[in-house]
Design a protein around this ligand. Sequence first.
Ligand code: SF4
Ligand code: SF4
Length: 423
Amino acid sequence: MNTPAARPPKIVPLTPIEPSVHFHPIRKSVHAACFAIFVALPFFDVMRFDIPRQRFYFAGQALWINEFGIIFFALMFLMFVVVGAAMLYGRIYCGYLCPQMIFSEASVSAQRAIGRLVERRFGFVRGAARQRVSAALWLLAVALASVGLAFVFISYFVEPRDLFQRLAHLDMRTAAGVAGGATTIVTFLDFAFVRQRFCTTVCPYGYLQGMLADDGTLLVKYDDPDRICIECGKCVRVCEMAIDIRDSPDQIECIHCGDCIDACADIMGRLGRPGLIHYTWGRQGAKRLVFVFVLLFYASGLAVAMSMRQPVLVKIAPDRSKLYWVEEGAIRNHFRMTLANRTPTNAFVTLSIDGLNGARLVVPENPIRLAGGQEWRGEFAIAAPPTLGRGVNPFRLVTRTDPGGTEDRQSMTFVMPATPEGR
Ligand code: SF4
Ligand code: SF4
């Protein structure tokens, strides 16, 4: 009896699948946006610690160094945003937002692009000479970029137009000029020779992130329960941090850039399978609830401090080095005054007296005019007739500031001689 021949196995053609998301182009778009923000912040006074002017520019407001409350809340708020990002998103800041990473990757890309260009254009030159030409061109590009980056960095501390004047005159005498020169050298050495090594050795944020991560922090994780990894090694080759994510999702070097996710999704997609590496979240930890409360606290403190901000500061205190003076038949008390116009436009401070019969102000001008950003320290006197009550006379000194029309009534005392002979 003839047995039927075994049928050959049916070959099912592979249906490649396209990964739903590619993280690399997203990350490069975020890098471009971050670079634009990095350059724009000091130029548009969104953030600058202006050392020569002793101002902290924040959200377009010129805060004076003595406005400690607002500066404190602003810095604490920013710090907790960074800490919170580390807790929730792990080192995603490193891969997507950090200037060190953005410029390190740009330096690596420029080196490769220049290498390819030289290869194409100077194919007739010997290999070693070609490498030297490409290295020289790349170092020149890094040097030019370092001048620009150092300029933007120092703009966070010195007004950019002022800084440009110093750069145009190659100023190496003032502190800003020396700082600019030193920053250019450090930037050049960093992006020519250190680059991503900085992230895995000295960067404090990497260590901070290690301490803040909890079970809910975002991770990049290799997950292959069916053991279908084809060992192509592409996830390792694309990793700029030179690690193998299959070893562990907790490697401190991993900056959560997602390049290995794209690589594996492409390779496995050609086999009709989804990628084996993913961004994954854990369970929510209690630490982040505490964090939300702390962040809300500093955000509210910052909002309250900004809303209470006085655009024109007025400080008046009596000068008690001598209790009273007798001048032109009147009794005088002297006062010290500090005025600060924190706005960019002219402001006026008008003084008046309430509750001191017959007294008059002795001031150089009233209202006192202050130019935008001007600080004024000086003295004035109040002269009262000798008929005013003996001893201490309470009254209120009224200050009105314009624009804004804010009126402040400060309780003061006027000292008269205790006896008529005191004159
Ligand atoms: S392991 Fe993946 S996510 Fe981590 S740094 Fe390397 S390529 Fe980026
Ligand atoms: S890219 Fe994917 S398939 Fe290739 S070695 Fe890495 S994990 Fe395995």
